[in-house]
Structure formats: structure tokens, C-alpha cells
Design a protein around this ligand. Structure first.
Ligand code: SD4
Length: 289
């Protein structure tokens, strides 16, 4: 892009951005940057919305969703994957080594093991304790920004101006067993079209899936919207049709020129942007104030 390499992530993720930035600084591909970047929260037990340490479903199972998309339009995804610390790298392997885009559940796990990934227990003591506490009332009510939403969607542009993206999550805490959100769905949680730009989403996946959110943002940019306008319009599409009270959805977008946009329904959505050796965590504008 005109402004040089860029890393752009949902929520406060300076360490993830630094890992991605390191790949770009070596002249690496945006694809390798986003994979390396999102592996940081995947392995971090303190990030309770992604990978190891993620909050389990209501049956106490940590089930992971992730996808990745490159500048050529290649994509890979895993859904309802258990026991693997780095679902994004399994998604990458689905993209690189299989004739498919998406693998689910046991099939995804078997594939991961065949590729040398190790089976691990991802439920930390802390997450287990919170889940057992939750079981006492067992009320399922995701609350905007209150359950820490740290699902990471990351977009990057490399020195060749190529765009790639990655998205990885343990999904919503205490979801039904088997529930899959927007994050691993190409076009919902993430979409990249290297001619136009890329977008990713976070928040309550059901709202994003029903509007093909990230695809919508990219298509709006194709029609001439700036990344900011595209994120705002996609969020408006959601609030027009769906009950959004107390529910958060946030979008990030970047276009081929390296311009960025961010917008959410509720206040409280922030993002991390790294460019020209600077990393900033900023608050997104929001529909509700
Ligand atoms: C989901 N979109 O599974 C994810 C959750 C999320 O920050 O973004 N959490 O619906």
C-alpha cells in the first residue's frame, strides 16, 4: 500500500501485532504475518476468548474456530476443533495441503494430528473454575464487552501490497455444544479480496453470520466506500434488522491503499494498529454512544 506494511487487529493485541510485524519487517508475506500474529493469543492462557485458556462451552469443552485467507483468494478453516493449541495453523494446513476449505470437529482433529499437531488439554484451571461458577445459574446471556471479547481478527498488508487475514476464537463462552460462530466462516468473520481490501469481525457471531458481515464490508468498498464507511454501513445493516440491544459487533476493514476503518454497534470496541514501527490501541467509533 501507499503507506507501507500494516498490521490491524481486533481488540487490544499489541503482542500479536508485534509478532506479525516481525514477519513483515523481514520482508515476509502478509499471510505468514497474520498466522504468526494470531498464534500469540492462541497460546496465551490469559486470553480467554482464543485457543489455550479459552472459555469452554456449557459442557466444559473448549471448541475452537479459525480461518485464514490469502491474497490469491485461497482460504482454509477449522470449526469445532478440540485439543489443538493453534487452530489457525491447522486452518493454514487445510488451505495448503487439502483440496478443501473447511474441516470440522473430529475430522479436523484427525487431520491436525496427521500433520504433527499435538493433542493438548486447553481448559485451564481458571477457565474451568469460572465455568463451574457459571453452572450454578447457567444463564446464557452474552454481554457486550463485559465477557472479555478478545477474539482476534487480523488483517495485514505486506511490502508487495498484498493483503491477507486470519481470525481465531474459542467462540462465545458457554455456547451450546456444537455451536460454530462467524469467526471461521469465510465471508462472515473474515474476507479478503486482494484487488479491493479485507475485513474482519468480532462480537456476537450470530449477527455477523446473518449478514455475511466481512464479505459485505469488502463488497461495499468495491462499490466505492472508504473502509470506515463500509464498516459503518455493515453495522447499520445489522441494527436495522436485528435486535442489537446489549449486543456487540465490531468490524475492521482495510483497503488496497492501506486506508483503515473500524466501527461497532456498542461503545467499547478497540483495535490495535501497527504501521511505521508504531503500534497504537484505539477506540472504534460506535453506533450507540
Ligand atoms: C463468536 N465472534 O464466536 C465470536 C466471538 C467473539 O470476541 O468475537 N468474541 O461469535
Amino acid at each position: 500500500s501507499a503507506n507501507g506494511p500494516l498490521v490491524f487487529s481486533t481488540w487490544k493485541q499489541p503482542k500479536a501485532n508485534a509478532a506479525a510485524q516481525a514477519v513483515l519487517d523481514r520482508g515476509g508475506r502478509a499471510l505468514d504475518a497474520v498466522e504468526a500474529g494470531v498464534r500469540i493469543p492462541e497460546a496465551d492462557p490469559e486470553d480467554m476468548s482464543v485457543g489455550y485458556g479459552g472459555r469452554p462451552d456449557r459442557d466444559g469443552r473448549v471448541t475452537l474456530d479459525a480461518c485464514i485467507m490469502d491474497e490469491k483468494g485461497n482460504a482454509g478453516s477449522v470449526v469445532f476443533l478440540e485439543h489443538i493449541m493453534h487452530p489457525i495453523s491447522v486452518a493454514r494446513a487445510v488451505m495448503d495441503k487439502t483440496p478443501h476449505v473447511m474441516l470440522a470437529g473430529e475430522g479436523a482433529l484427525a487431520f491436525a494430528l496427521s500433520q504433527g499437531f499435538k493433542k493438548e488439554n486447553l481448559l485451564t484451571k481458571k477457565a474451568e473454575k469460572e465455568w463451574r461458577e457459571w453452572l450454578k445459574t447457567a444463564k446464557y446471556k452474552p454481554i457486550a464487552n463485559i465477557e472479555r471479547h478478545d477474539t482476534i481478527g487480523m488483517l495485514a498488508i505486506d511490502k508487495n501490497g498484498n493483503i491477507s487475514g486470519a481470525c481465531t476464537t474459542s467462540g462465545l463462552a458457554y455456547k451450546m455444544n456444537g455451536r460454530v460462530g462467524d469467526s471461521p466462516i469465510i465471508g462472515a468473520g473474515l474476507f479478503v479480496d486482494n484487488e479491493i481490501g479485507g475485513a474482519c469481525a468480532t462480537g456476537l457471531g450470530e449477527l455477523v453470520m446473518r449478514t455475511c458481515g466481512s464479505f459485505l464490508v469488502v463488497e461495499l468498498m468495491r462499490q466505492g466506500r472508504t473502509p470506515q464507511q463500509a464498516c459503518e454501513e455493515a453495522a447499520l445493516r445489522i441494527v436495522k434488522k436485528q435486535d442489537y440491544k446489549d449486543i456487540q459487533v465490531g468490524f475492521l476493514a482495510v483497503n488496497k491503499q492501506g486506508e483503515t476503518g473500524a466501527f461497532s454497534i456498542q461503545p467499547g470496541f478497540n483495535y490495535t494498529i501497527s504501521q511505521n514501527k508504531q503500534t497504537k490501541v484505539l477506540d472504534a467509533r460506535s453506533y450507540l454512544k
